[in-house]
Design a binder for this molecule. Structure first.
Ligand code: ASP
Ligand code: MG
Length: 420
């Protein structure tokens, strides 16, 4: 007998009929002779609706009260699911993060899990229960309720799978697996049978909106195999996420993702001397502004200055505006240029390690499309370019073709880029 952790996303439990379907899928796993721990998200768009509701009351809710509010969404779906299972004749019990003992850091709205108490859940399993756990929530010092950041139920599921040494962690949602690119943009994008943790991590970070990046980080650390699969097609095995060693790498690029959530900032004419970059990024860090791509240009000998460009998320623009004058002052820079209509297009693949020419090929494809590259950054398994928003779909389609990421040669553009 094994132990399986299953996670069902908001669309899978969006209404009572869907909750009953999920209950049937859980029963199937239970009848295979396995113990089952289930993690649920809030029903449908509940979390968004709760955030909107808070916004109607105040523009500055405290983070503590936001956690009190948002954690209720998962409590609705978990209890309904337990009732559905009971009604079908199965023993089931739902538990909040506090009741399980999911301990997190002492911070609100984006807390990390630090420990999971296994005693209570083990006891319920031993008594033959299917245990349903509220996703996305935990508890910190003083029994204060915390949440793990949007999409955090994936991380609850993987953390439970690690704590209970589960045989598998199945993440069910409305997508059938991980695709080479967003199938809403390139209809012929292919579903991957397997992807490595590292590749999935890069894709999750650069905008493939499939999994909470921290869930993949945790799965990698504890070597728990994860499956992304559809709750509407439970016979389909979806995509398996495993260690790179267990994979055979054939293609240099495994997947592509577009991230339209960033803006580019250029600090112009910063004197080329030790300490200026430190001053700038320390100031940004002190305001909790997280920075992604960073480029410092070659110092021009005429006036001994260079430009420092970087990207931040759109959501942080207001915070940046609050410190922009201070930046100009401390760096004695001439001005700050902000570019909002940009998209980061990234190609990810563990197969690009030690394989020359992949970046050249990517730039070649964009050149043939006459798309200008505004910024480039790379890691061992990723090449990202910043392009103007209007060219992002065109770039993605051309790159899908060039790196053989689509199943057919007809790529279909559908409207604007999906919001990531
Ligand atoms: N309900 C939370 C959200 O919408 C957590 C989750 O779905 O994973 O972000
Ligand atoms: Mg989700």
């Amino acid at each position: 007998m094994g132990l399986i952790v299953q996670k069902y996303g908001g669309t899978s439990v969006a209404d009572s009929e869907k909750i009953k379907n999920v209950a049937r899928a859980i029963i199937k796993e239970k009848n295979n002779g396995n113990d089952v721990i289930v993690v649920v998200s809030a029903m449908g768009h509940t979390t968004d609706k709760l955030i909107k509701l808070a916004g109607e009351i105040t523009s500055h809710p405290t983070e503590r009260e936001m956690d009190m509010l948002l954690s209720t969404g998962e409590q609705v779906s978990m209890s309904l699911l337990a009732m559905a299972l009971n009604d079908m004749g199965y023993k089931a019990i739902s538990l909040t993060g506090l009741q399980v003992g999911i301990k997190t850091e002492n911070c609100h709205m984006n807390a990390r899990i630090v420990d999971i108490d296994t005693v209570r859940v083990k006891q319920h399993l031993k008594e033959g229960n299917i245990v349903i756990v509220a996703g996305f929530q935990g508890v910190c010092e003083g029994n204060e309720i915390t949440t793990l950041g949007r999409g955090g139920s994936d991380t609850t599921a993987v953390a439970l799978a690690c704590a209970f040494r589960a045989d598998r962690c199945d993440i069910y949602s409305d997508v059938e697996g991980v695709y080479t690119f967003d199938p809403r943009v390139v209809k012929t994008a292919k579903k991957l049978d397997k992807i490595s943790y590292d590749e999935m991590l890069e894709l999750a970070r650069v905008g493939a909106n499939v999994l909470h990046p921290r869930s993949v980080e945790t799965a990698k650390l504890f070597n728990v195999p994860m499956r992304v699969r559809s709750s509407f097609k439970t016979d389909d095995l979806g995509t398996l996420i495993i260690g790179v060693k267990e994979m055979e790498l054939i293609k240099p690029v495994t997947g592509l993702a577009c991230d339209s959530s960033q803006i580019r900032i250029v600090i112009c004419d910063v004197e080329d001397k030790p300490g200026n970059a430190a001053k700038l990024f320390n100031l940004l860090a002190s305001k909790n502004l997280s920075v992604d791509m960073i480029i410092q240009s070659y110092a021009r000998s005429s006036n001994n200055t260079n430009d420092i460009a970087f990207t931040i998320t759109k959501a942080d623009k207001e915070k940046f505006d609050e410190v922009s004058d201070e930046i100009l002052n401390i760096l004695n820079a001439s001005n700050i240029h902000i570019d909002e209509d940009i998209v980061k297009v990234s190609a990810v693949g563990a197969g690009m390690i030690d394989r020359p020419g992949i970046a050249a090929k990517m730039f070649d494809v964009l050149a043939k499309e006459k798309i200008n590259i505004k910024m480039i950054s790379t890691s061992e398994i990723k090449i990202s370019v910043l392009v103007e928003k209007q060219y992002a779909n065109q770039a993605a389609i051309a790159l899908c073709k060039a790196f053989e990421l689509d199943g057919a040669d007809v790529a279909d553009v559908k409207g604007d880029l999906p919001v990531v």
